[in-house]
Design a protein around this ligand. Structure first.
Ligand SMILES: *Cc1c(COP(=O)(O)O)cnc(C)c1O
Length: 466
C-alpha cells in the first residue's frame, strides 16, 4: 500500500502500541520462540518503519507483527547457511566445496542422533579405534595396503612429513613449490613439520637425475606435489612418480605423493583432461599418497592418506594424529561417499560427479522451463562454461547453460549484490554486464527457488522498459 501524506498521517496516528502487539495472538507466538527483549526491539522497529512509511505497508496488527517476525528471522539466521551456487565452479572452496550425497547426509544424521560405534569394538566389548571404519574401503578402492583419515589434506601432508622427515631433508622440484589458495604454501607446511626443504631442478624442468644428485646423508623423503591450480606448458619436464619410486627404493627414502584433489574415476571419460588417480599413484609404488575428501572424491572435508602398512602405521601412532583426528560425522559421510564408488553408483549418487556428467541438453531444457516461468525480457538462456575448481583440472571447462540476467536500472554488480542478499543467498558471476547463473552447479531441486528469487528482482514482462 502506498500512502499519500494525508491518509498516511491518520493511519500512523492509529498505530497500536508495542504492548498491544505483544499481547496479540501472533505476538505471543513470537515470545514463545525469541527472547522477550528481541521481540520488543523487533516490534518497535516494525512500528517505526510503519510510522515513516518504509515498512511493508500492511498496518494491521497482524501485518505489523509479521514484519516483526521477518526482522527476528533475519536477525537469528545462522551466518553459515545454505547458498545456491550459480558461479559455474563445481568445487568452490568459498561455498563449501563438495555438496554431500543423500546417503552421506542420512548417515551423518544417524550418527549425530544417537551414540555410535565410533571407538567401540563390539566383539571385545571394549575400546576400539575410529581409524578402522574406512580402512577396508580405502584398500579395496585404491589397491593400497593401508589407509588413514585426518582433518583435511593440509593436515595429511603435515602429519606425513612430521612422521617421516622431522630434522631431515625433503627433496621437492622447484616447479612444485606451489601456493594452493587460502594462503596454503607447500614450503610453509614443510617448515612446520620441522623438515628441511631442498629444492631441485628448475621451475620448468626437473629430471630424476636432479633428485639423485641432491640426495645426501640427511635426505628422508622425495616429495611430489600435484601443481593443482596452474599448468605449465611448453618447454617442461617433470620426473615421473615411477622414477622417484625407483630412486627412493635404491636409497631407502620414502616417496610421498600429494595429489591435491586426486580422483577415483577417470575424468577423461567426461570430456576432461586426465586428473591423476589415486589408484595410479598406489600402483606406481608411492609409499604415501594423500588427497582431499571434498574435492573430486565428492565427500566431506577430510585428508585421506593411503600407502604402505609400515609407514601408515607410523603415522597412526604419531602424537599429531590425535590432534588431527576426524569426527564421527566426517567418518560417516566419508564411508557413505566411498561405498558409492564400490557399488558403482558414484556418478548417480555423488553430486560432484552428477554435475560433471550432466548432458548440456538437460541444462538447456531446465533453462527454457525457468525462462517461461520468469516471463521477463531481462532473462535469457546463454551458453556458458563450467570449471571444476578446487585446484583440479586448471583451464578445463565443460559446456554448460546459464540464465543470464540483464539489469534494467543499475549495474550488473548491483543486481548480483541483490541476489547475494536474497534468502537463500544466490551467487552468480558477471559477464558482459549481465549476471550469469550457471545451471550445472545449481541442483535441479533448486530451480524453483532460483525462479522465486530472480522473479522478485526483475521487472515483469508487461511493464518491462526494454
Ligand atoms: C587442495 C590441496 C591441498 C589442501 O587440501 P585441503 O583438503 O584443502 O587441506 C594440498 N595440496 C594440494 C596439491 C591441493 O590441491
Amino acid at each position: 500500500m502506498n500512502l499519500d501524506a494525508g491518509t498516511g498521517t491518520d493511519h500512523r496516528r492509529a498505530l497500536p502500541s508495542v504492548d498491544r502487539l505483544l499481547q496479540s495472538e501472533a505476538g505471543r507466538i513470537l515470545l514463545e520462540t525469541y527472547p522477550h527483549q528481541s521481540v520488543v526491539d523487533a516490534l518497535r522497529q516494525s512500528l517505526t518503519e510503519a510510522r515513516f512509511g518504509s515498512g511493508r505497508g500492511d498496518l494491521s496488527e497482524n501485518g505489523l507483527v509479521a514484519t516483526g517476525r521477518h526482522i527476528l528471522e533475519s536477525r537469528y539466521l545462522p551466518s553459515l547457511r545454505p547458498a545456491i551456487n550459480g558461479t559455474g565452479v563445481i568445487l568452490h572452496t568459498n561455498l563449501g566445496r563438495a555438496p554431500l550425497s543423500a546417503r552421506a547426509r542420512q548417515d551423518i544424521e544417524q550418527v549425530a542422533r544417537s551414540y555410535s560405534t565410533l571407538e567401540y569394538n563390539l566383539d571385545a566389548g571394549a575400546r576400539g579405534t575410529r581409524h578402522e571404519h574406512v580402512t577396508g574401503l580405502l584398500q579395496r578402492l585404491t589397491g593400497a595396503e593401508d589407509g588413514l583419515v585426518v582433518n583435511n589434506n593440509a593436515s595429511a601432508i603435515l602429519l606425513a612429513l612430521s612422521a617421516t622427515a622431522t630434522g631431515k631433508e625433503v627433496l621437492i622440484s622447484r616447479g612444485q613449490l606451489v601456493e594452493i589458495g587460502g594462503g596454503f604454501r607447500i614450503p610453509d607446511v614443510l617448515r612446520q613439520s620441522g623438515a628441511r626443504l631442498v629444492e631441485v631442478g628448475t621451475t620448468n624442468r626437473t629430471y630424476a637425475e636432479d633428485y639423485a644428485a641432491a640426495i645426501g646423508e640427511d635426505t628422508a623423503v622425495l616429495l611430489r606435489v600435484h601443481t593443482s591450480n596452474f599448468r605449465l606448458s611448453g618447454f617442461v619436464h617433470t620426473a615421473s612418480l615411477g622414477e622417484l619410486v625407483e630412486l627412493g627404493r635404491g636409497r631407502h627414502l620414502s616417496v610421498l605423493d600429494d595429489l591435491g584433489s586426486g580422483s577415483l574415476l577417470p575424468t577423461e571419460s567426461y570430456g576432461l583432461a586426465h586428473e591423476p588417480m589415486v589408484q595410479e599413484s598406489v600402483a606406481a609404488g608411492a609409499d604415501l599418497v594423500c588427497f582431499s575428501g571434498d574435492k573430486l572424491i565428492g565427500g566431506p572435508q577430510a585428508g585421506i592418506i593411503v600407502g604402505k602398512t609400515d609407514i601408515v602405521d607410523r603415522l597412526r601412532r604419531h602424537p599429531l594424529t590425535r590432534a588431527l583426528r576426524p569426527d564421527k560425522a566426517t567418518l560417516a559421510a566419508l564411508y557413505a561417499t566411498l561405498i558409492a564408488y564400490e557399488l558403482g553408483a558414484a556418478e548417480r549418487e555423488i553430486p560432484v560427479w552428477r554435475m560433471i556428467s550432466l548432458p548440456v541438453a538437460e541444462l538447456e531444457h531446465r533453462g527454457q522451463v525457468m525462462l517461461t516461468e520468469l516471463n521477463s525480457r531481462q532473462a535469457s538462456v546463454v551458453p556458458s562454461q563450467t570449471t571444476i575448481g578446487g585446484g583440479s583440472l586448471p583451464g578445463e571447462t565443460l559446456d554448460s547453460r546459464a540464465i543470464a540476467l540483464r539489469p534494467v536500472a543499475g549495474s550488473a554488480q548491483q543486481l548480483a549484490g541483490e541476489l547475494r542478499h536474497s534468502e537463500p543467498p544466490l551467487i552468480g558471476h558477471i559477464e558482459d554486464d549481465r549476471v550469469l547463473l550457471d545451471l550445472r552447479t545449481i541442483a535441479p531441486d533448486e530451480d524453483a527457488t532460483v525462479c522465486r528469487i530472480v522473479a522478485d528482482l526483475l521487472v515483469p514482462h508487461a511493464t518491462s522498459s526494454l
